[in-house]
Design a protein around this ligand. Structure first.
Ligand code: ZN
Length: 219
């Protein structure tokens, strides 16, 4: 059975990627990261999502925090949604470079054919490591920097929602029975989502446009 590593944060986008990979017939090897994010709740939810999809193995890598982001430095407050096109302080320096590097090493070890990452270049917060330019560049890294790549059976970076809006992502996910009740998107964490951070605003807008009910609770 073909294997896929899925970057799983416990959020809406990565959980949708789990559903897509399962639908495409992959055996699932989700990976999550403990990187001093504000809330460990997302890691607990990631475990539940992995179990829901009957993942073969779920690895949680602990990586050193470099700081410099509202999501990893408790002294920096999470801002409310601004949508002004600037890269917000919730950007985590080089996060997807780090995450994909770990996922890549693991993918080589288990002989995975693909790595799924739930980046979107449509409804996103302006993070440079969510754009197609970055994914294409990282694919080059995979091709030239791994034994699998050099031997001609490179690992494919799969981005099933890169061209989808949040609403389109949700519609796709609902088609494949994605357990959105197990996901969290709020940067502020907590039992109930805040409804005002960048991530909550994009999520609520997405569900509304998709004509669906968000199953998670809001303050
Ligand atoms: Zn929020």
């Amino acid at each position: 059975m073909k294997k896929a590593v899925i970057l799983l944060s416990g959020g809406l986008d990565s959980t949708t990627c789990m559903a897509v990979a399962k639908h495409e017939g992959y055996e699932l090897y989700p990976v999550s990261f403990d990187y001093n994010q504000r809330h460990k709740r997302e890691l607990e939810l990631a475990k539940e999502v992995a179990a829901y999809f009957d993942a073969k193995e779920h690895r949680v890598f602990t990586i050193q925090n470099v700081g410099g982001s509202a999501l990893t430095d408790p002294s920096i407050d999470v801002p409310e949604y601004e949508g002004d096109g600037e890269i917000p302080i919730t950007y985590v320096p080089a996060r997807n470079v780090l995450f994909l590097s770990y996922a890549l090493g693991y993918a080589e070890v288990i002989g995975a054919e693909a790595i799924f990452i739930g980046v979107s270049a449509v409804d996103f917060s302006g993070y440079p490591d969510c754009r197609p330019e970055f994914i294409d560049a990282f694919q080059q890294v995979v091709n030239v920097g791994t034994a699998a790549g050099v031997k001609g059976n490179s690992i494919k970076i799969e981005t099933p929602i890169i061209n989808l809006s949040k609403a389109e992502t949700i519609k796709l996910g609902l088609k494949y029975d994605t357990p959105y009740h197990l996901t969290t998107s709020c940067y502020n964490g907590g039992e109930k989502a805040c409804g005002v951070c960048d991530s909550c605003v994009l999520r609520l807008k997405g569900f509304k446009e998709a004509g669906a009910e968000d199953p998670v609770a809001y303050v």
